[in-house]
Write a protein that binds this ligand. Structure first.
Ligand code: SIN
Length: 511
């Protein structure tokens, strides 16, 4: 045990994406709130979100949204959480509008709402076509910067939860080459996804599962760790990129179709909903076609649309494809599935409360159970808002009764020791291991072999022996990988995104 520099807040929030910032903004102006960003402020997946945000508004049938969500999720969703998400979605949209988000409107002045996979009616709101995340983030960052009680701290690495008898007392961080203990009455993990555990991902490169690894070390309960969503259509590139560019499901929502390497439309062989079947089904179908045609990609054909429509509705996608030599109004887009979203994570209740007292989790790192085994497209931004606000409301009551004297003053500080292992190689190896064995189609014997490899590495790189943040990230990745592997082995069924070949014949979920 050691002491180090420390600073006190009422609430510390790890993560400055939509979930973290929105939670901060929903807290009272009388609280001292810190929002930590691992790198620069806009280095997060929220900023990249294209398709939009699913909401049931005006006269929409709320139960239809519930039905679509649980059908996509293979009926293992937490029904109470789904009802909360849907019933509170209109209020969240109104809040965003009040904060200054200008959703796209049609010629009658109503919100322009789009289709995406498995939505029975168009209910996806968006901003500037395919730049929804960027537009929302800009509004939230601007609001947070102009709120005097919120301190946004960029380039700070959250290392560990500090707790005293299963009560969270704050977060140990590494900031400007020093350990800094941020004491807080309540702490919120909003650290996002785990995409960097896979070779092919749409996630930004900071997403190494750090928040979830912290929870594992603090023995906080996790849930649904086997459910990992692969987006069917990332832009295929020969270069091995850290983050792949997404071709939004909204492109299929507007009518684009999938064709294999030979130019044949294939989705009819897999699902009557064709290109707008739930994501896990479309991703598996593409993966199957890639195998059958011995190709690294299939095609997305949007050539039925006028150049002007595509340029206006999907400006970001249009430009990125153009930069890659693809004119989407006349060329097919080569696409391939890639890890996109984590349905599992830190188990929380309907107010974002984790199993440790005074600890909350919101957004992708949290598991409310709302998404079941496969998330319905565009429900994630809404989840971040609805459950972020609920967590903030709960924290407001909680902080009033927490005594600062309960804070742990003597904290564990990891040792920085020289370490001769090649961490870049370990990281690369893990990404390939996860891609090959915990991807779209899984096999029990492969998963067991992956576990042996992960265990061997974890044994060698003990947590206290790190020399740099990059090394902690790698350690975190292996810890999260182990948890995913164990949950997959223990699941003993094949449902939705956890498609295990050996059990797939018993997969009787009719969707
Ligand atoms: C997309 O635009 O296809 C992604 C939206 C989402 O992940 O729900």
């Amino acid at each position: 045990m050691n002491s180090c520099e420390s600073k006190s807040f009422d609430v510390v929030i790890i993560g400055a994406g939509i979930a973290g910032l929105y939670t901060a903004l929903m807290l009272s102006k009388n609280l001292r709130v810190a929002v930590l960003s691992k790198k620069d402020l806009y280095d997060c997946d929220s900023y990249l979100a294209q398709g939009g945000i699913a909401a049931s508004i005006q006269n929409d049938d709320r139960q239809l949204h519930v039905k679509d969500t649980i059908n996509a999720g293979c009926y293992v969703n937490d029904l109470e959480a789904v009802n909360v998400l849907v019933n509170e979605s209109e209020k969240a949209i109104n809040d965003l509008v009040r904060l200054g988000v200008g959703f796209d409107k049609n010629s009658q002045g109503d919100f322009y709402r789009s289709f995406e996979g498995n939505h029975s009616i168009p209910r996806i709101l968006h901003v500037n076509g395919d730049s929804t995340g960027k537009a929302i983030m800009e509004v939230l960052v601007n609001q947070a910067k102009n709120t005097s009680n919120i301190e946004i701290i960029p380039n700070i690495f959250a290392l560990d939860i500090v707790d005293n008898k299963n009560k969270c007392c704050g977060i140990m961080t590494f900031y400007k080459n020093k350990f800094v203990y941020l004491k807080s009455k309540c702490s919120v993990i909003a650290s996002g996804g785990i995409g960097q555990l896979f070779s092919k991902t749409t996630n930004v490169d900071v997403l190494t599962g750090d928040g979830i690894a912290m929870a594992i070390r603090a023995k906080v309960t996790l849930e649904d760790m086997e459910y990992i969503q692969f987006h069917p259509t990332a832009l295929y590139s020969k270069n091995n990129e850290k983050k792949m560019f997404l071709i939004s499901e909204a492109v299929r929502g507007e009518g684009a179709i999938l064709k294999n390497k030979c130019g044949n439309r294939f989705m009819k062989e897999y699902d009557t909903r064709m290109e707008l079947a739930p994501r896990d089904i479309v991703a598996r179908a593409i993966s199957d076609q890639m195998k059958k045609t011995d190709s690294n990609y299939v095609y997305l054909d949007a050539t039925m649309y006028e150049k002007s429509f595509l340029k206006n509705r999907f400006n970001k996608i249009y430009n990125e494809c153009e930069d890659n030599g693809i004119e989407i109004y006349k060329d097919y887009i080569p696409v391939t599935p890639a890890e996109h979203y984590f349905m599992g994570g830190i188990k929380v209740d309907l107010f974002g409360r984790a199993s440790m007292e005074n600890l909350y989790a919101v957004g992708e790192c949290a598991c409310t159970g709302v998404h079941g085994a496969n998330r319905l497209a565009s429900n994630s931004l809404m989840e971040a808002l609805v459950f972020g606000k609920r967590a903030a409301e709960d924290i407001l009551n909680k902080v009033k009764v927490i005594d600062e004297d309960n804070f742990e003053d003597s904290v564990f500080i990891p040792q920085c020791k020289e370490n001769h292992m090649d961490f870049s190689k370990l990281k690369e190896n893990l990404k390939i291991l996860m891609e090959n064995n915990l991807g779209i189609v899984r096999r029990i014997d492969n998963i067991k072999s992956a576990l042996e490899v992960v265990d061997e590495v974890l044994f060698k790189i003990q947590y206290i022996n790190f020399k740099s943040i990059e090394q902690v990230e790698v350690y975190n990745m292996y810890e999260v990988a182990r948890s995913i592997i164990m949950a997959t082995l223990e699941s003993k069924t094949s449902i939705g995104s956890n498609y295990i070949e050996e059990y797939s014949k018993d997969n009787v979920v009719l969707r």
